[in-house]
Design a binder for this molecule. Structure first.
Ligand code: SF4
Length: 365
């Protein structure tokens, strides 16, 4: 298949890994931001192809994993109401809240429906004028324009029974938060290609300037990731720090301007709590005042909740690259995809699920 097979070619992958080894003279810690990239690394054993000096750690780029526990609890509370249809992406249903999850809410009679796009939620609202339809709008910059479009369309149609429970997060402020942390070990980042397809590479210039850290926008196939790693290693070994774009077949410098336009027409930047990590200034999106009538938080007066993560779950350290999933004492024993304790074991993009599915079962101390 054109544009796929060539990015999974073993011969090219091995040649790139050999080139990484040739250029590596000392240890480097690199982080891929996106959970999709983490899964590719685990699935194809990319970390095992690299020289021992290169350590890959996994970042906070799994949208399901960083959606606050409080948002899950609010969604469960909404799904339990007789007058509400809660519409969500499928990944969110098994994410544990503080006491339950959306699957259990559905089993207990809640009207929870799975959608593959935000516009399906608008369609549900259109077809059910006597019910209140709430869409659980989560994700990074990748999904924000489509979710914005749903609110825009609902407003245009004058739908009064549609609203969104919003928990959107942004990548550059998360990288900034990692870099200012005194525990930070990361020396180079692979930025997420899909986010940059929407937002472009230009957003990363400030980070490179402020922290002297190389950032390479990378794709999602094995050859993409190995090439991005090679680009990072070359920069690090040459004591350079710049933004480079490996994923040129999708990402431009400025990104998708119409998508950004609809996103900022409907949403504005706001402080945001990240599950496990805590609040990060100006790292999220909320509905603008013009769209207040579509804000489920306001309509249902959901208020502020503060909920603690299960004490055993070390997802905060996993999401910041400080620990690996196999460092967690619960990994593969008390925490499995069937019985997850934390979100990274549930999501198709979660680091713990990646280690579990691709049989990195050995628990290391
Ligand atoms: S293995 Fe489970 S409990 Fe441990 S960090 Fe991952 S999600 Fe949390």
């Amino acid at each position: 298949m054109k544009y796929l097979d060539e990015y999974r070619d073993e011969r090219i992958a091995r040649a790139l890994a050999a080139e990484v080894a040739e250029h590596t003279t000392r240890p480097w810690v690199l982080m891929e931001i996106c959970g999709g990239q983490t899964h590719t690394i685990m699935r194809y054993g990319i970390d095992e192809l690299l020289p021992r000096q290169i350590e890959l750690v996994h970042g906070p780029g799994c949208p399901v994993c960083v959606t606050p526990l409080e948002t899950i609890d609010k969604a469960i509370a909404l799904a339990s109401r007789q007058d509400v249809i809660l519409v969500s992406y499928g990944d969110m249903l098994r994410v544990p809240g503080s006491h339950s999850d959306l699957f259990r809410a559905k089993a207990q009679g809640g009207d929870v429906r799975i959608a593959y796009s935000s516009m399906e939620a608008v369609k549900v609202a259109r077809s059910n004028p006597d019910r209140k339809v709430v869409f659980l709008a989560i994700g990074f910059e990748t999904t924000a324009p489509a979710n914005a479009m749903a609110a825009w369309q609902a407003k245009r149609e004058g739908l009064t029974n549609f609203s969104m429970l919003v928990s959107h997060v942004l990548v550059p402020p998360a990288i900034r938060a990692l870099m200012v942390s005194e525990d930070n070990r990361v020396q180079g980042f692979i930025a997420p290609g899909h986010v940059c397809t929407v937002m472009g590479c230009s957003e990363y210039d400030d980070l490179v300037r402020d922290f002297c850290v190389p950032i390479v926008v990378g794709g999602f196939e094995p050859v993409d990731l190995l090439e991005a790693i090679l680009m990072l290693v070359k920069q690090l070994e040459a004591a350079e720090a710049k933004v480079e774009n490996q994923y040129v077949r999708s990402v431009s410098y400025k990104g998708n301007l119409p998508a950004q336009q609809i996103m900022y027409e409907v949403f504005e930047v706001a402080d945001q709590k990240w599950r496990g990590i805590g609040p990060i200034p100006r790292s999220g999106l909320r509905l603008r005042g013009d769209y207040a009538d579509y804000d489920a938080d306001r309509i249902f007066d959901l208020g502020e909740l503060t909920v603690d993560e299960p004490a055993e779950c070390i997802s905060a350290q996993v999401l910041q690259g400080l620990k690996k999933p196999t460092n967690c004492p619960a990994f593969g024993m008390r925490c499995t995809p069937e019985n997850p304790l934390g979100a990274p074991m549930v999501s198709a993009e979660g680091a713990c699920a990646a280690y579990y599915h691709y049989r990195r079962h050995a628990v290391v101390s």
